[in-house]
Design a protein around this ligand. Structure first.
Ligand code: SAM
Length: 274
């Protein structure tokens, strides 16, 4: 499917999908309108493996502690991939990875994991080794959620490691390394000051190593300005839409899932020390 970013003024004003910029904190995080200031432990059923994941959200702590709509889309696709592999929107991406790798478990890195639902679900549904990452202050809740699902992970043979990764931070990226087959992200494109660091991070993981690595990103478009991120991305990567959800009630757009792969001419030109 061709990538087409609409250029209309379509702005989603559903309070759950809208970020309140006026309420921004010093660290760039923002507080969301809270329905309930208490911690919430939610159950997410992965039908394909007849298991339930437990995820703690702490809405009062800000957006990193809340589950976002695009995460639910990726979670659903991972579950579907496990039980209907041939028709899954992730099939082409995941099968091409397993064909070109030596037979071993997939190694997946998730950027901006937040509560960790996507990474934990990927480990359980794919039996993969996942590194979930986020800003340092988010990691204790992320670790809590990984620990809460230790039994399911042990049953399914997947592992989840928690690590700090602030986008564009060279030390964090070098420490994590490039031993990944696939990079995942959900709802990671929102504040425009994060576009550059996120692109730098994608350059490091997608263009800087020896092997072909792709980024699968679920995204709910909120603002017209986001087209600037996609314009930057398309200079370096081939960007393709692999799935689109129907819009949720009250919205005009649904979550889209994109696949980013390094453009061949860029891959050939980039020094391996990038
Ligand atoms: C809108 S939330 C989405 C969280 C989660 N992926 C989901 O879909 O539920 C964006 C995530 O990106 C993380 N983030 C924001 N700025 C970041 C940065 N500079 N480096 C790394 N992560 C960042 C936030 O902490 C947050 O967890």
């Amino acid at each position: 499917m061709d990538l087409q970013e609409e250029d209309d003024d379509d702005i989603d004003i559903n309070p759950f999908t809208m970020l309140l910029l006026d309420d921004q904190q010093e660290d760039g995080d923002v507080r969301l309108p809270t329905v309930d200031e208490n911690q919430q432990l939610q159950q997410h059923c992965i039908r394909s493996i007849e298991s339930t994941l437990l995820i703690r959200q702490i809405r009062s702590e800000g957006l990193s502690f809340q589950l976002w709509p695009a995460a639910t889309t990726l979670f659903t696709l991972l579950d579907r991939h496990r039980c209907q592999t041939s028709t899954s929107p992730l099939a082409a991406t995941l099968s091409s990875l397993s064909k070109c790798q030596v037979p071993r478990r997939l190694r997946i890195l998730e950027l901006g994991s937040g509560t960790g639902l996507v990474g934990i679900a990927a480990a359980a549904a794919l039996g993969a080794d996942i590194t979930v990452t986020d800003l340092p202050h988010v990691l204790s809740n992320l670790q809590f959620n990984v620990d809460a699902n230790a039994d399911v992970l042990a049953q399914q043979g997947g592992t989840v490691n928690v690590a700090p990764l602030s986008w564009g931070d060279a030390d964090h990226m070098e420490t994590i390394g490039r031993e990944y087959d696939l990079i995942l992200g959900s709802d990671v494109v929102y504040h425009d000051h994060l576009y550059d660091p996120l692109i730098q991070t994608l350059r490091f993981f997608l263009l800087g190593g020896e092997k072909k690595v792709v980024f699968v990103m679920a995204h709910l478009r909120r603002w017209k300005k986001e087209s600037a991120f996609f314009k930057m991305a398309k200079k370096l990567f081939d960007v393709e839409i692999i799935h689109t959800d129907g819009p949720s009630e009250g919205s005009r757009v649904g979550v889209r899932v994109y696949r980013f792969g390094g453009k061949r001419r860029i891959l050939n030109a980039v020094p391996k020390s990038l």
